[in-house]
Design a protein around this ligand. Structure first.
Ligand code: NAP
Length: 323
């Protein structure tokens, strides 16, 4: 095994960084962050240019482009409904994407790779706030267990590469993210963009009533994606270790509070009905972010401020957001 020592500090701005999934919520924010930090050789490919499920194409891409660093933000991502309906797709596509990218990155000696997972890797009933050590200590939330298992395999993949090849790769597990570039489609979106769309459409059409899934009581943590990108960048330059690092704000709110804040921002003053026959998902999900704080980073963007700018972005892009 060759050991590649990791020295914390600024990465050379001329080094080539490949952002996998650069058109997505996270990837586009990471791209903006790298550009704002002065990187001048950031590369990306859309899924139609390079299907990361195509192993040969992925190896050819790495052989040709030789990125020095990789942010792996490409994945098949969705909300409860999509995860629950298409578990096979979520398991299979995510495994293929991450295995192909990481294997090609090993073959071409990529120096720094950040693998992005999700807080759904933790057991459904993990003690709150959820510490990194909770991984693999209990049963997963069944509605997205297939996706979670793929992400857990990704963490193990990073650890195995570190052990076998000595490459200082890392994994980051973000909480629920939101912000410009999010998926606002009724079928595929997460709870927060779904609520923004629903309340904004109701406000625009003058509908007197909005219906939401569940009881509104589950507690969730939300991180603005620009904060997420800043955290990823901070970890890329400064952190090294085999275990995943939680990325969040360290505080949570109920879905009902989020709905009320969004209703206020978009100017909806009708009635909200909660369809309690629909599932709530995990009762609470709040990450313990002390490891990230110890690594020198904390979130900067407040929830209401972040929601306001996301609603603005959604309204500006309402005609062109993902359907
Ligand atoms: N959103 C959240 O709340 C959240 C929370 C925690 C963790 N994360 C993690 O962050 C990462 C990115 O999520 P996101 O929210 O940014 O998702 P996203 O907005 O749906 O973006 C995913 C990107 O992956 C690319 N992609 C998907 N399948 C591909 C394929 N077969 N080949 C090439 N590219 C492919 C897509 O490329 P095209 O656009 O070109 O099709 C898309 O741009 C994921 O690992 C996810 O688990 C997200």
């Amino acid at each position: 095994m060759t050991t590649h020592d990791f020295t914390p500090g600024a990465i050379d701005r001329d080094e080539r960084v490949y952002v996998a999934g650069h058109r997505g919520l996270v990837g586009s924010a990471v791209w903006r962050k790298l550009e704002s930090e002065g990187f001048n050789d950031v590369i990306g490919r859309s899924s139609s240019e390079l299907d990361l499920k195509d192993r040969t194409a992925v190896f050819d891409f790495f052989a040709e482009e030789k990125p020095k660093h990789v942010v792996l933000a490409a994945a098949k991502v969705g909300g409860i409904m999509a995860n629950n309906t298409y578990p096979h797709d979520f398991l299979s596509e995510n495994l293929q994407i991450q295995v192909n990218v990481m294997d090609a990155a090993v073959e071409h000696g990529v120096e720094r790779l950040v693998f992005l997972g999700s807080s759904c890797i933790y057991p459904k009933l993990a003690e709150q706030p959820i510490h990194e050590d909770a991984l693999l200590t209990g049963h997963l939330e069944p509605t997205n267990d297939a996706y979670a298992i793929a992400k857990i395999a990704g963490i193990l993949h990073v650890q195995a590469v570190r052990r076998q090849h000595g490459l200082p790769w890392i994994s980051a597990m973000p909480t629920n993210l939101y912000g410009p570039g999010d998926n606002f489609s009724p079928q595929g979106s997460h709870v927060l963009p779904a609520l923004i769309r629903r309340y904004d459409e109701a406000a625009q059409s003058g509908a007197g009533r909005v219906e939401n899934w569940g009881t509104g009581t589950p507690r969730r943590e939300f991180l603005h994606v620009d904060d997420m990108a800043a955290a990823v960048f901070h970890l890329l330059e400064n952190y090294d270790g085999p275990d995943q690092v939680n990325v969040g704000t360290g505080s949570d709110v109920t879905i009902r509070e989020i709905a009320e804040t969004i209703a206020k921002i978009v100017g909806f003053d009708g009635e909200t009905v909660w369809d309690t026959s629909k599932p709530d998902g995990t009762p609470q999900k709040l990450l313990d972010v002390s490891k990230l704080a110890d690594a020198g980073w904390t979130a900067q963007i407040g929830l209401e401020e972040g929601l306001r700018s996301t609603v603005e972005w959604y309204r500006e892009h309402a005609g062109s957001v993902r359907q």
